[in-house]
Each structure stands twice: as C-alpha cells, then as structure tokens.
Design a protein around this ligand. Structure first.
Ligand code: FES
Length: 96
C-alpha cells in the first residue's frame, strides 16, 4: 500500500492519497498503531472498523476524531468537538 499523508499530523483528519482497487480498513477506536487504518489489535479492542475501497486515485479525508457520521470520511464533525470544548490540545477528542 503506498497511501501517503499530505498534511501535518496536528490536523484531526488525515488527508491521504488512495489507489484504485485498494481496500483500506479505517480504525474507529483511535488506538491503532497504523492510525487512521486498523492494525491487528483492533479486533481485540472491539473496534468497529470500516472498510473503504477506492475506485480511483484521489485524495480522501479520513476521520481522525471518531465523531464522523460518514465513516471513514471526515464530515466536519470535528469542528463541533472543538467548538464544544471536547477536542484536546493535540487535536484529538478528549473522550473517544
Ligand atoms: S476528523 Fe473530521 S469528522 Fe472526524
């Protein structure tokens, strides 16, 4: 997988370039060592991972805060976390 990040890690979302025909497994618990993608520990943690198969090469915003209603994509819900004081100084939710 040659997906790569396009922006610095202080953003809550992950802007990634995806490849057509590749399936990505997004981690919802936020504890994966390969976040925003799942790792071998996700299943044991009860993570509700979401698969996403790219149909074309493009940039995709993967949610990093876990509040999205459109997993695995960022839908802007992280802004509400910030406005409501639920976003930590590291741009991660205070509670997940
Ligand atoms: S990072 Fe934007 S909704 Fe989660």
């Amino acid at each position: 997988m040659s997906t790569f990040k396009l922006q610095p890690p202080e953003k809550p979302y992950y802007l990634m370039v995806v490849e057509p025909g590749t399936t990505y497994v997004w981690c919802s618990c936020g504890k994966s060592a390969d976040f925003p993608f799942a790792d071998n520990g996700c299943k044991a943690r009860g993570c509700k991972c979401t698969e996403y198969t790219a149909t074309e090469a493009k940039e995709v915003f993967f949610c990093g805060c876990g509040a999205t209603k459109d997993a695995p994509h960022c839908d802007g819900m992280h802004k509400e976390l910030r406005v409501n004081g639920l976003m930590g100084p590291d741009n991660r939710p205070l509670k997940r």
